[in-house]
Ligand binder design. Structure first.
Ligand code: ATP
Ligand code: MG
Length: 614
């Protein structure tokens, strides 16, 4: 059975059960800055699961394109993919869990024709005041019984093969914040039931003495998960929701693997063309050795994911989505290079892209851009990868036990090795990497590489009238207050000041709560009341860094900068220190009363505040 057949069968099946087939959302999340990519079918539908009405009604189904960045390291095994499709069906307060479990079983047994003997399920064990999900246990037992199988609940004295139903706590509870105890008041969640397929591979003792469905040895793979969103957390425990929703998500590739009784996702039709191309170009056969097999899997998975990411307009870079893409491409290049020195990803891409365009025609307009971007990234990395690997070899020969932060940073800075790649190479020779040291070096460098500070900031000041000067000082107080209330991740990303209002853009991924806005406002007004002196000082960027100044730093440590401090020279109290060319008022008491008039998102991870002084 091909992947397309499975997708079609699934959508048709749920269409017959009165579901509306909705299209996959794009892999770049819309109005959601919490993740870089869409990683599940449920994610784009969350507003509707939280109560908003969906224009297509209360029964929906689709196949959602997903990118799971948290699974990149897993890729290389035979069942995790960076890019995959998740089949989904949803009941928005419509059908109940009896229908859901019955239909899922019917689809797997009758449409996909899975052998029920190879199916195992897991159910929520109960936690604190939330009871065991007995209802679902009985449902499964009834369904298995109808086809002549006695579905026993597992206990320690049993052989795994004699049971069908396994209890778990954490693995069978869904909420956006994890386990029931981690959920904030007002959050919804609920138990889930997962379906596993037994590929019959021998258990690997590396993963524990006994195998079980959630074991990572490779014998079992999770093919789908039905979540019953039934509870809301309250002050004194959990209450049942009036509108109970159901969310099912099942990996298209995983179900196709089960349909073909094939434990290796890379033997599915969707990878045959890329694997063949890699085999032809590298001269290495898939299946010949565990080490080259892993490299072949990584190259074909990462190229596919990169193609899909580039198809949505992302290009390789050093931040966020661009960085993930660069990481994927460079890891793929490293593995391609170990299959055959200087093997080109561009060549492989040219050979396989048409197959993916056939399945995802939305890639068509970007075909040439994708090939071109991969080519450019390859040009950048191919000149340094060998010297980087040679440096690595030297570290290995020196028999060091750990790579220090400076060396890891040098591998990143001079040889273009993403830290995750350094980590992977280190793990392969059983040495560790000082990640904290790397972070410190990275932060230090970030400071040096920020540029054009004064120009940018002056550009933000429309004029230098007294009204704008006052708001300029208020901006400094606001910047520090935001860091105190929201955390040190807050960084100025832009500023524009007129005589009427200040506008301040900063990095923060969530909407500020009413309470946070109030805290920030109070903090600023307190500094105004205290009548702090604004004093300028000239120093080098290095000195400014040493005294903990914030703001935009120039390119070089030696560059002289001016730093404004809001402080009380008599008591030694310092509220803010910021690199800035001025001008500022002499004393914060001149500002009057500070008020935030608007707080809004301007893009993923960026917020904007407009405020006035009256
Ligand atoms: P696993 O334990 O296998 O990593 P998961 O618990 O992370 O799975 P869910 O978050 O429940 O999976 O996602 C729903 C379904 O999506 C899974 O049942 C599986 O079929 C599929 N899936 C999840 N991650 C991947 C992946 N990296 N590659 C392919 N399919 C996946
Ligand atoms: Mg997972």
């Amino acid at each position: 059975m091909t992947t397309s057949e499975v997708r079609q069968k699934y959508l048709n099946f749920f269409k017959q059960k009165n579901h509306i087939i909705i299209p996959s959302a794009p892999i770049l999340p819309e109005n959601d800055s919490t993740t870089l990519f869409v990683g599940s079918g449920m994610q784009p539908l969350l507003p509707y699961l939280l109560g908003q009405k969906h224009p297509c009604g209360t029964r929906l189904t689709n196949s959602q394109k997903c990118v799971r960045t948290q699974d990149i390291e897993e890729v290389g095994d035979i069942r995790h993919l960076t890019f995959f499709e998740m089949l989904g069906n949803w009941s928005l307060g419509d059908y109940n869990k009896q229908d859901e479990v019955k239909w899922l079983f019917e689809f797997l047994i009758q449409e996909i024709k899975l052998d029920p003997k190879k199916i195992y399920v897991t159910v929520f064990e109960g936690y604190d005041q939330i009871p065991k999900d007995m209802e679902t246990v009985i449902l499964w037992q009834t369904l298995f019984k109808e086809i002549g199988i006695e579905a026993n609940v597992y206990n320690n004295s049993m052989r795994l093969e004699d049971a069908k139903i396994f209890y778990y706590v954490k693995k069978n509870w869904w909420s956006r914040s994890g386990t029931p105890e981690n959920m904030p008041i007002g959050e919804i969640g609920g138990p889930d039931t997962e379906v596993f397929y037994d590929f019959g591979l021998p258990h690997n003792l590396k993963y524990g003495p006994n195998c079980h469905p959630n074991c990572d040895c490779g014998r079992f793979a999770e093919i789908g998960n039905s979540v019953f969103m039934e509870y809301m957390k309250q002050n004194n425990g959990f209450v049942e929701l009036k509108q109970k929703n159901i969310d099912f998500g099942g990996g298209l590739e995983r179900i196709t693997m089960a349909a073909n009784n094939e434990p290796d996702a890379f033997k599915l039709d969707i990878f045959s063309s890329s694997i063949k191309t890699i085999e032809n170009i590298s001269g290495k056969k898939y299946g010949a050795s565990p080490i080259t097999d892993k490299s072949i899997r990584i190259v074909s998975d990462h190229l596919k994911a990169s193609i899909m990411i580039m198809g949505s307009g992302i290009t390789p870079g050093n931040l966020d989505k661009g960085y993930i893409l660069r990481r994927l491409l460079r890891r793929a290049m490293r593995h391609a290079n170990s299959l055959l020195k200087n093997m080109s990803l561009t060549e492989i891409t040219k050979n396989i892209i048409d197959q993916y365009i056939e399945m995802y025609p939305e890639l068509t307009p970007s075909k040439n851009i994708i090939i071109n971007e991969i080519d450019k990234e390859e040009e950048k990395f191919k000149n340094v990868i060998h010297s980087g690997l040679a440096k690595f070899k030297k570290l290995e020969d020196e028999k060091i036990v750990s790579i220090d932060g400076k060396t890891a940073f040098d591998l990143y800075q001079s040889f273009g090795f993403p830290i995750e790649l350094t980590n992977e190479l280190a793990q392969e020779i059983n040495i560790t990497v000082d990640m904290e040291g790397f972070q410190q070096e990275f932060e230090k460098h970030k400071i040096i590489s920020k540029s054009g500070s004064e120009k940018k900031f002056k550009g933000g000041l429309e004029d230098t009238s007294y009204a704008t000067t006052k708001l300029h000082t208020a901006t400094h107080l606001l910047h520090t207050a935001l860091r105190i209330v929201l955390g040190n991740h807050v960084c100025q990303k832009g500023s524009n000041i007129t005589a009427e209002r200040l506008r301040f853009d900063f990095s923060h991924s969530k909407k500020m709560t009413e309470q946070e806005i109030q805290q920030v406002t109070n903090l600023v007004n307190e500094q105004i009341k205290m009548g702090l002196t604004m004093s300028p000082e000239t120093m080098t960027a290095q000195e400014a860094y040493n005294v903990g100044a914030i703001g935009l730093f120039p390119d070089k440590y030696e560059t002289k900068v001016s730093v404004y401090t809001a402080h009380n020279p008599e008591t030694g109290y310092v509220f803010s220190k910021e690199i800035c060319g001025g001008p500022h008022v002499k004393n914060t008491s001149e500002l009057g009363s500070f008020k935030i008039i608007k707080e809004e998102a301007i893009s993923a991870g960026l917020r904007r505040i407009k405020a006035v002084c009256i």
